[in-house]
Design a protein around this ligand. Structure first.
Ligand code: ADP
Ligand code: DP6
Ligand code: CO
Length: 328
C-alpha cells in the first residue's frame, strides 16, 4: 500500500464562515472568502495497513484520543467508503501552527488529510472534489486546497458547497501580521461556538444576510488590489461575527483585553494614515491585514503597548501539495 504525505497551509477568512445549515455535510450559512498563508501549515502522512485492528492517529507525535480521534476516523470512513478500501489506517500529522488556538489548524489539518488519505486510498480527486471532501472534516479546510484568495460558495448540498480559487498567485503587496496573544487551545471550539451563535443570537439571520451581501464587494476589492476596501470590509465582517457571540444567550467571546488593545492600536494607526485592519477568528489572536512597507511602523506602535507580543509575518501561500513517500 502506498504512503502519501500532503502539506496544506492554513487560510484566514476575510469574510467568515460562522454557522451551518447542515452539521453533518457541513453546509455553511454564508459564502466565505479567505487568504491562504505561507507561514502556518500541516504535514500529514497516511497509509493503509491490513495488520491494524483500529486506526492509528497521531498529532505532533502524540496519539489522538476522544473527540479528536473520532473526527479523523469518521473522516477516514468517508474516504474508505468512497474508495471501497476497508483497511485501518495510519495517520501521522504534524501541525506547524498552534492547534485549536484560532489560527485555523483545522483548515490546514483536514485539507492535508483529504489530500493524503484520498491519494493513499487510490482516489485521484480533482481540486473541487478534494475541496468537497476536506469540507466534511472542517468547513474552513475546503478553502485550504487552494493558494492565494479562495471562495467557498455556501451552496445547498454536498455537490454545490465547494471552494474555488479567486486568485492563486497574489502579485500585489498584502500580508497578515499574525499576533499571538495566546497559543493554547480554546475552551469553546469553532464547531461549538458557531452552533451557539446560530442557535442563541437574536441577530443571527442579520449576520447571514449581511455577510452574504458582502461577497461582491470583497471580490471587487481583491480584483482591484484595493487594500483599503478589502481591509475595511474584512474588519467589519470579523467584528460582526464576534458580535454574534457577544449577544448570544448565554453570551461568550473569544476576544480578550489584549485582543481589544490591539484593535484600538490598529484604529490609532489608521488615524495616522497607515492602512492596517484587524481580523480575528475563533480565538484571541489578531491578524493585521497590511502592506509589507508599513511593517516597521506597525511594529513600533504595537511594541509601545505590548512589548513582548509575538509576531509572525505571513504572506499569501500555496495550495495543497501531495508527495509520495516519506515527508515526516
Ligand atoms: P482552529 O482555530 O485551530 O481551527 P478548531 O476548533 O476549528 O480550531 O479545530 C481544532 C480541532 O481540529 C482540534 O481540536 C482537532 O480536533 C482538530 N485538528 C487540528 N489539527 C489537527 C491535525 N493535524 N490532525 C487531526 N486533527 C486536527
Ligand atoms: C472563525 O472550519 O474550524 O475561523 O467546520 O466546525 O470544523 P468546523 O469549523 P471551522 O470554523 C472556522 C471559523 C472561523 C471563520 C472561517 O475560517 O471562515
Ligand atoms: Co478551525
Amino acid at each position: 500500500m502506498s504512503q502519501y504525505t500532503a502539506r496544506a497551509h492554513t487560510n484566514i477568512a476575510l469574510l467568515k464562515y460562522w454557522g451551518k445549515t447542515d452539521t453533518n455535510l457541513i453546509i455553511p450559512t454564508t459564502t466565505s472568502i479567505s487568504l491562504t498563508l505561507n507561514e502556518f501549515y500541516t504535514d500529514t502522512t497516511v497509509w493503509f495497513d491490513e495488520q491494524l485492528t483500529a486506526d492509528d492517529i497521531t498529532l505532533n507525535n502524540v496519539s489522538l484520543q476522544g473527540r479528536g480521534y473520532e473526527k479523523v476516523t469518521r473522516f477516514m470512513d468517508l474516504v474508505r467508503d468512497r474508495a471501497n478500501q476497508h483497511q485501518f489506517v495510519h495517520v501521522h500529522s504534524i501541525n506547524h501552527v498552534p492547534t485549536a488556538a484560532g489560527l485555523a489548524s483545522s483548515a490546514s489539518a483536514f485539507a492535508a488529510l483529504a489530500g493524503a488519505a484520498s491519494a493513499a486510498a487510490g482516489l485521484s480527486l480533482e481540486p473541487a472534489d478534494l475541496s468537497r471532501l476536506a469540507r466534511r472534516g472542517s468547513g474552513s479546510a475546503s478553502r485550504s486546497i487552494f493558494g492565494g484568495f479562495a471562495q467557498w460558495d455556501r451552496g445547498h448540498d454536498d455537490q454545490t458547497s465547494v471552494a474555488h480559487a479567486l486568485t492563486e498567485t497574489v502579485d500585489w503587496p498584502i500580508q497578515l501580521l499574525t499576533l499571538i496573544v495566546n497559543d493554547q487551545p480554546k475552551k469553546i471550539d469553532s464547531r461549538g461556538g458557531m452552533q451557539n451563535a446560530r442557535a442563541n443570537s437574536p441577530f443571527y439571520q442579520q449576520w447571514v444576510d449581511m455577510a452574504n451581501a458582502q461577497v461582491p464587494a470583497m471580490q471587487a476589492a481583491i480584483n482591484n488590489h484595493d487594500l483599503v476596501a478589502l481591509g475595511t470590509l474584512a474588519e467589519a465582517n470579523a467584528l460582526q461575527m464576534h458580535a454574534q457571540n457577544m449577544v448570544a444567550n448565554p453570551p461568550f467571546t473569544y476576544l480578550t483585553d489584549v485582543s481589544w488593545l490591539i484593535i484600538e492600536t490598529v484604529k490609532a494607526l489608521r488615524a495616522t494614515g497607515i492602512p492596517v485592519y484587524a481580523t480575528m477568528d475563533a480565538g484571541p489572536n489578531v491578524k493585521l491585514i497590511s502592506q509589507p512597507a508599513d511593517t516597521e511602523k506597525i511594529m513600533v506602535a504595537l511594541r509601545k503597548v505590548l512589548p513582548e507580543i509575538q509576531v509572525t509575518v505571513a504572506t499569501p501561500g500555496p495550495g495543497i501539495q501531495i508527495v509520495q513517500g516519506d515527508r515526516i
